[in-house]
Design a protein around this ligand. Structure first.
Ligand code: UT7
Length: 325
C-alpha cells in the first residue's frame, strides 16, 4: 500500500500588538526616519503587522499555532512522532526551537528539529516532513513556521523596517492512504547570499558582525518573480497538473506586487489567491501557514481542494508544494 502524507489540521497565531502603518510612520518620525502610509501601501500592499512583546519567543508563538492545529486534527501532542519548526529567529543558538516547542507542548520522545530556509522555510519543512512520512520514518508530524522578524529590524532603515512582522502558523501532517501532498520542488542558489541576510554571529560571548536585516529589495524582487513561476510549474508538472487545477494559490506574503505578478504568469485570477500581506506584513517562514489557516478558518479553503503553496527568500531559496487538502 502506498503511503502519502495529508494535512489534517491547521492553526495560526499573531501576537496581540497590532502596528498599523500610521503607528509605524509616527514611531519612525520620532527617530528622524521619513516614510508614509501611501508609500508602504503602494509599493508593498502592507497596511499593518503584529509585533511581539519583549520576552516572547518563537516557540511561544509556535505553541499557540500548534495547539490550534492539533485541536483541528483531533490529536494530542503525545501522538506526534515528528516536530519540525521553520524559523530564522530561533529562541536560542541551540537547542532547536522545535525541542523547546516539544517541551512546551508536553510531549517527548519523537524527533524534533529546525529547518532554516528563511522565507522558504515552511515549504522546505513541509517537504521534509512529507518525505519522512512517505518513507515510514514518521506517521504524525507537526510542521510549524514561527518568526519574530521585529527583533532583526533596523529601525533606521526605512527600506526594510516597514516590511516585516511576527507570527506563527502550523499544520499537522499525517500518514494517509489518500494522496495529500502531490509534489514538491525546492531550490537554493547560494551565490545570492548577500542580497537578503542578517550578517551577524555569536563568538566568544559576543555578537560579531551586524545582526540586523539587510536587503537589496530590487534584486530580491527580480529574482522572486522569476523563480516563483518556475517552481509552481515544476511542482505542477511533477504531479501531471496544470495551473487550471489549482483552487487556491497560497504564496509567501512579502509584497502584493510579487503575488499579483505570479498569479498573472500562472493565469490565475486574484480571486483564487489567498492574500494576508495587507494585515500581517512579511512574517517569513510563518507567512504561508498563517495564510493557509486564515483561508481554512474563514471557510474559503475546503477539504478536497487543490492548493499550491510557494515560498521565496534569503539564501537565495525558493520552492513550491502542491497538495490536496
Ligand atoms: O521575504 C523575502 C522576500 N522579500 C521580498 O520579496 C522583498 C522584495 N522587494 C520588494 O518588495 C521591494 O523591492 C521593496 C518594497 C523593498 C521596495 O520597493 P521598490 O519599488 O523596489 O522601491 P525602491 O527600492 O526602488 O525605492 C524607490 C524609492 C527610493 O527613493 P528614490 O531613490 O527613488 O528617491 C527609496 O529611497 O522609494 C524610497 N523608499 C522609501 N520611501 C518612503 C524606500 N523605502 C521607503 C519607505 N518610505 N519606507
Amino acid at each position: 500500500m502506498t503511503v502519502y502524507s495529508r494535512i489534517t489540521g491547521t492553526g495560526s497565531y499573531l501576537p496581540p500588538r497590532r502596528i498599523t502603518n500610521a503607528d509605524l510612520v509616527a514611531d519612525l518620525a520620532t527617530r528622524g526616519i521619513e516614510t508614509s502610509d501611501d508609500w508602504i501601501v503602494e509599493r508593498t500592499g502592507i497596511r499593518a503587522r503584529h509585533f511581539a512583546d519583549p520576552g516572547v519567543f518563537a516557540s511561544d508563538l509556535g505553541l499557540e499555532a500548534a495547539r490550534q492545529a492539533l485541536q483541528a486534527a483531533g490529536l494530542t501532542p503525545s501522538e506526534l512522532d515528528l516536530i519540525i519548526v521553520a524559523t530564522s529567529t530561533p529562541d536560542m543558538v541551540f537547542p532547536s526551537t522545535a525541542c523547546i516547542l516539544q517541551h512546551k507542548l508536553g510531549a517527548a520522545g519523537g524527533a524534533a528539529f529546525d529547518v532554516q530556509a528563511v522565507c522558504s522555510g515552511f515549504v522546505y519543512a513541509l517537504t521534509v516532513a512529507d518525505a519522512m512520512i512517505r518513507s515510514g520514518a514518521a506517521r504524525r508530524a507537526l510542521v510549524v513556521g514561527a518568526e519574530l522578524f521585529s527583533r532583526l529590524l533596523d529601525f533606521q532603515d526605512r527600506t526594510t523596517c516597514v516590511l516585516f512582522g511576527d507570527g506563527a502558523g502550523a499544520v499537522v501532517l499525517e500518514a494517509s492512504e489518500q494522496p495529500g501532498i502531490l509534489a514538491s520542488d525546492l531550490h537554493a542558489d547560494g551565490r545570492h547570499v548577500g542580497i537578503l541576510c542578517v550578517p551577524g554571529h555569536v563568538a566568544g560571548g559576543q555578537v560579531l558582525g551586524d545582526p540586523l536585516l539587510k536587503m537589496d529589495g530590487q534584486a530580491v524582487f527580480k529574482l522572486a518573480v522569476g523563480v516563483l513561476e518556475d517552481a509552481a510549474r515544476a511542482a505542477l508538472d511533477k504531479a501531471g497538473r496544470t495551473p487550471q487545477d489549482i483552487d487556491w494559490l497560497i504564496p509567501h506574503q512579502a509584497n502584493i506586487r510579487i503575488i499579483q505578478s505570479t498569479a498573472r504568469k500562472l493565469r490565475l485570477p486574484m480571486e483564487r489567491v489567498v492574500v494576508t500581506v495587507d494585515q500581517h506584513g512579511n512574517t517569513s517562514a510563518a507567512s504561508i501557514p498563517l495564510a493557509l489557516d486564515a483561508g481554512v478558518r474563514d471557510g474559503r479553503i475546503r477539504p478536497g481542494q487543490t492548493l499550491l503553496l510557494e515560498g521565496v527568500g534569503g539564501g537565495f531559496t525558493w520552492g513550491a508544494v502542491l497538495l490536496n487538502l
